[in-house]
Design a protein around this ligand. Sequence first.
Ligand SMILES: [Cu+2]
Length: 589
Amino acid sequence: MVGHLTPFVDLLPVPPRRVIKKPTRLTVRLETVTHSFHRDLAPSRVWAYDGHLPGPTIEVERGSGVEVQWENRLSGPLPVLATQAPTHAEDGVPVQCLPGRSGGALDPNAAALSGYAVVHLHGALTQATSDGWTENLIAPGQDALDSYQNDQRAALLWYHDHVMGITRFNVYAGLAGLWIVRDARERELELPEGPPYELPLLLADRNFDTASDGSLTGELVHKTDPDVMECFSPFTTVNGVIWPRVDVEPTTYRFRVLNGSNARTYRLVLTREGQPDQERITQIGSDGGLLVAPARIPLQGLVLASAERADILIDFSDLALGTELTLWNNAAAPFNGAFADPSTAGRPDLEGLLPYPEVLLFRVIDGRRGGRRPSAVLATDFQRADRGQLNGCVVRAIALVEQESNRQGQPSTLTMRELTQEGATDEPVITLVEAGAGQPGQTSRWRTAATRFEDKTNFFPVLGQPEIWRLINLTGDTHPIHVHLDAFQVLSRQPAVVEIPDGGITDTDTSATVRIGQKADDHIPHSVDENELGLKDTVRVNANEVVDILVRFETFAGRYMYHCHILEHEDHDMMRPFVVMPGELMPFM
Ligand SMILES: [Cu+2]
């Protein structure tokens, strides 16, 4: 294969840390720099926070407010070649996932981007004016001052760019970094804090241009297909380096894993001597911090879609010096939630747009020996919601919809369609049929009230009131749906049989029948995994699936967003606003 790089030769880098114990003001500069993604690859031009890719990790005590002066000193052009090439070459080989631009045409509009930016701190409870509203841009040469309260449970957050329409390019160019909130509960549990025994793993797939001899030039390439909008790149970077190696002592490590890819979902499988060796992994936290109890990762591996995080412990204490364990990606792209046998980990899958499944190598070296089991009780500050006690709360429904373009050579448009419940109606509706136990199904009808980001705002959740948001996937792929502001609980994941009549999806209307229940040929496991029982801010909504989440905005009022975290979907047009309202203002609306 062209452009091959040797795996596991570079050591895992750890981004620089800024440890903050009391209220502080920081300056972070957005800069154009060069970065080395691999020992054998020419340096790449990137956009990065404080010149580091990923940016510096901000580690802050709960409740210590941090003001960040974001100084935009980026210089154009965009350090990414944005190209369109067909998914398959004439000989049927899927080229979308291969190194190089595959002869694709460069996007002149992307090449003209000069460096407008806006920073969002993902997973943070942030006042609306500092949440990185997608249209509040700072140009190169301008600054923004944002306040982050950090008054939330300990968790791995991340800051990244969020510019309307071009988030996919700005994040791909390097604008992402980690942010860790620490608290007393984690200290009571004596969890590793900081290197060497706590390490962040920021995963992101990247592609590079090739020279005429097939060698990689180091120039970043974002490649999509004229019909398919997602970018699936061949090389997995961890903390900015392709396929690194980490030397571990025979003890327990804590890894803070984030999938920071634009579109690719990872299903991480750990192997030793070619066999899955996953029992040594225990998951203790997810997007919103600690789980109530330690969880085994799912049998098929640790699945993380874009923006999802996992706080995991890996126990290396029983291993002899020199032992090597490999972490592979075993997820086909695009991802739809289907189960994969972990014994296939390590095999390339070109049809699944996975030419290189390598992620990371662990090698056991001499050092501290002895493992630690996590405490049986982790979080003590929250309880799983009791569905029976949610009767009568506001239910909102959102359909995830793919609308094929009526212009040849244009990708489909993906939208999140906000729905309102109707009685009997002649209008186009989504008919939802819910199976009652031994009873005729309960039927409800849902009219489309908004499809695009600019459409009228419909969601005005009241501060402090619980709501159920029902995410109905009418597409064939998984969408990781992210809600800004407070984390939520995943209440349920139900299989559904979706029927869309010809012409059922238009710019403004949606007609479909969605029957709760599993089709015989649907092999996707539609259940909430044990490691999804904590607080989440991003949830996978798989194909043929209806996911209910319990949201409650407790602290800040104001205008926020929710969206698909596949960045190519978010950019067009799976994103919508909502406005959190104090109850006392509702009579005046
Ligand atoms: Cu999506």
